[in-house]
Ligand binder design. Structure first.
Ligand SMILES: Nc1nc2c(ncn2[C@@H]2O[C@H](COP(=O)(O)OP(=O)(O)OP(=O)(O)O)[C@@H](O)[C@H]2O)c(=O)[nH]1
Ligand SMILES: [Mg+2]
Length: 671
């Protein structure tokens, strides 16, 4: 099987990179198995429930029956090479999902025919739109009791996008069995989904408009042509359905992925451009970088320029993506994905070679670690081993953002939710034979200036040094992040120094007055001067945090707390208890929806209060309640809260001590 892939692979010139996305348990991994089997890449589909799925190959994934890491597989269909990236649906592993966005040509978004559009689906949709990734939707689990295709399509069009177009319908056909779809272009006008499809097509094509208003059928060829052209232009989002468990609607899905999502054919003879999606540590092959090539050809043993880190590194080994195994290869061409070994400095997200051809997003807060956890070695002697293991895990997931307190030797990591701790414990035990202690997670707060204020720094002593600056800080609305501008001419502060100031701002904002990251503010460098002889770039690096902290000290700060957006579903009789709890947790919610014995409510709740609420909900409702959450932004805390965290390093407001410490650290760079 492996060899088959290698020979055919070399003849293929067109590739598709498709990500499979959905909320947890929607059936992404099951669908991936079905598509692999259909394309002949495996002899029969594996099963999540039996722990035999190819893309759930980590021990923890098999044992728990959920996906934790994104996993890529390769197969061929109708002469094209397809990379399918099966992503995890649990919100705690959103970082795994996000890093794949830039390199994909298209997305398959799965909905469940029973659960429909969920909070996580909405967040994924938003991210897919912000990255402009063409998307096809699939309504899975049509075999289950309570499956409601029309209902899900209506919800998807209402909540996600009005130009989501069903291509199929279910039921009312003689030969139809449960969960088996038939194409709408073969159906009659009376079919409700036919109307939904035509409504969208009428907006895009005159002939379709005529047919729609006169209630005529349009030829199947014409319908399919409009669908294809408009889907490839990104003007509509086709939707199909079926049941992955029963293998129903799978061939239709695979054909649709190749018809309605764009393929990628970059030029292998142009200069190289590749993007690293993630770093992994393979037990026998070592540290590797998963990447996709957009242009040119990456050849084994070649030296590559890492544009992000500005270093050259030699590739010592290449591996191609197969199914459950890697293939030995000597080159990777435009459109292909693979693993590169030997480049030790390369990190997740790096760009190799020419300016980027990859997708970017203006702002997506898809991944937001809300909690910090302190990790302690099981026995004191294991501290160095634990630190090293966590550093490796941090390379694989940079959102962990290790924070080490030098005095107390405390190691803190940032996480998205409690499930992530369990998985980290598993990794630490299995890969590093470590059993550390995790203290209970704490919410990560943020700070923002209360008002506008100016900060001043005059760093001219002890000589030699010279950096004088005046900063204006102004509060911005929630979610705006940080903006920086300079009004100072390069005659007063040379451009090279101003660049250092801008580069240092994120570092200066890492810890505010209470020790939390400072956000939602505009910073303007309004005045200042350098000194022709005494100034060094490091003087501005050192002085910037002093100026910013001086401004914050004058403005005062507001404490911000993270919120979770939630969907709760419980049997009707528990409804009022749930609302009571939400009020107590300082939650905000929309009018609950009640029907068919179920009570559903959505809203926002402080992350701190609701961390353990899944558990309470389960106990309260005898296991029948469900709560799905995702990051819902930051908002101002009630004024009585005043949570701080210990600062790492010397406070820049303590100027003499800070200068001494900072010069010690920067010392060598003055030479
Ligand atoms: N009835 C029914 N069950 C299905 C179908 N597809 C998947 N399942 C079941 O749903 C559960 C979750 O399936 P997975 O394929 O692991 O879902 P996933 O989206 O990959 O889940 P995560 O990766 O953990 O987010 C398993 O028990 C599957 O057997 C389907 O079409 N019908
Ligand atoms: Mg999965």
């Amino acid at each position: 099987m492996e060899e088959n892939i290698i020979t055919t692979h070399q003849q293929t010139s067109s590739f598709r990179g498709i990500g499979v996305f959905a909320h947890v348990d929607a059936g992404k991994t099951t669908i991936t198995e079905q598509l692999l089997a259909l394309a002949g890449a495996i002899s029969s589909p594996g099963s999540v429930d039996r722990g035999t799925a190819k893309t759930d190959d980590l021990e923890v994934e098999r044992r728990r029956g959920i996906s934790v890491r994104s996993a890529s597989v390769y197969f061929e269909w109708q002469g094209e090479g397809i990379y399918l990236v099966d992503t995890p649906g649990h919100q705690d592993f959103a970082a795994e999902v996000e890093r794949m966005f830039p390199v994909l040509d298209g997305a398959l978004l799965i909905l469940s025919a029973v659960e429909g559009v969920q909070v996580h689906t909405r967040a994924l949709w938003k991210a897919l739109r912000e990255y402009h990734i063409p998307t096809l939707l699939y309504v899975n689990k049509m075999d289950r009791a309570g499956a409601d295709f029309s209902g899900v399509v209506k919800d998807a069009r209402r909540i996600l996008h009005p130009r989501i177009v069903p291509l199929q319908t279910f039921g009312n056909l003689d030969e139809n069995t449960e969960g088996t779809p038939s194409y709408l272009w073969n159906r009659t006008l009376e079919n409700p989904e036919y109307g939904m499809m035509m409504e969208v097509l009428a907006e895009m094509d005159e002939e379709a408009f005529g047919a729609f208003v006169e209630e005529r059928r349009l030829s199947s060829e014409k319908i399919r042509r409009i669908l294809r052209e408009e889907a490839l232009r990104g003007n509509l989002y086709p939707l199909l359905g079926g049941s992955a468990l029963k293998g129903a609607g799978m061939e239709e899905l695979l054909n649709a992925l190749c018809t309605y999502l764009p393929s990628f054919s970059g030029n292998p003879d142009k200069p190289l451009c590749a993007k690293v999606c993630s770093i992994l540590h393979h037990p026998s092959l070592g540290r590797g970088a998963l990447l996709r090539v957009a242009s040119g050809t990456l050849v084994n043993r070649e030296e590559l320029y890492n544009t992000t880190r500005k270093v050259r590194e030699k590739v010592s080994m290449l591996r191609g993506i197969g199914v459950g195994k890697y293939r030995e290869i000597q080159s990777l061409r435009a459109g292909e994905m693979g693993l590169v070994f030997g480049m030790n400095q390369v990190q997740s997200g790096d760009l190799l070679g020419e300016p980027s051809f990859f997708r970017k997003s203006e702002k997506v807060a898809f991944v937001e670690p809300l909690y910090a956890v302190t990790v302690e070695p099981g026995i004191e002697e294991e501290y160095p081993a634990l630190l090293q293991a966590l550093r490796i895990l941090e390379e694989e997931d940079p959102h962990l953002r290790l924070r080490i307190h030098p005095e107390s030797r405390e190691i803190q990591i940032h996480i998205l939710g409690p499930m992530q701790i369990e998985i980290l414990q598993d990794f630490l035990l299995q890969r590093f034979a470590l059993v550390p202690r995790f203290r209970p997670p704490q919410t990560i707060y943020r700070e923002t200036p209360r008002t506008s204020a100016e900060g001043y720094v005059e760093y001219t002593l002890p000589k030699p040094c010279w950096a004088v600056m005046r900063f204006l800080i102004e509060p911005l609305p929630r979610g705006e992040g940080v903006r920086f501008a300079s009004q100072v001419s390069t005659d007063k502060i040379a451009a090279k120094y101003q660049r250092e100031v801008e580069r240092t701002i994120p570092k200066a904002l890492e810890q505010g007055l209470l020790g939390w990251e400072v956000t939602d503010l505009a910073i303007t460098l309004v005045d200042g001067e350098d000194h022709e002889i005494h100034s060094r770039p490091s003087d501005f690096v050192l002085a910037t945090p002093m100026g910013i902290m001086d401004a914050l000290n004058k403005s005062g700060i507001l404490l911000l707390e993270p919120l979770l957006a939630f969907d709760i579903t419980v049997p009707e009789e528990f409804g009022s208890r749930i609302l009571g709890d939400l009020v107590q947790m300082r939650g905000e919610f929309e009018t609950p929806r009640i029907g068919e014995g179920l009570f559903e409510v959505s809203g926002l709740v402080p992350a701190e209060a609701s961390m353990e609420y899944h558990v309470r909900l389960g106990t309260l409702s005898g296991g029948t309640g469900r709560m799905i959450t995702r990051f819902g932004g930051y908002r101002e805390c009630p004024p009585e809260r005043n949570v701080s965290r210990p600062r790492v390093g010397v406070n820049p407001l303590d100027t003499a001590k800070y200068i001494l410490a900072a010069r010690g650290a920067l010392g060598s760079s003055r030479e």
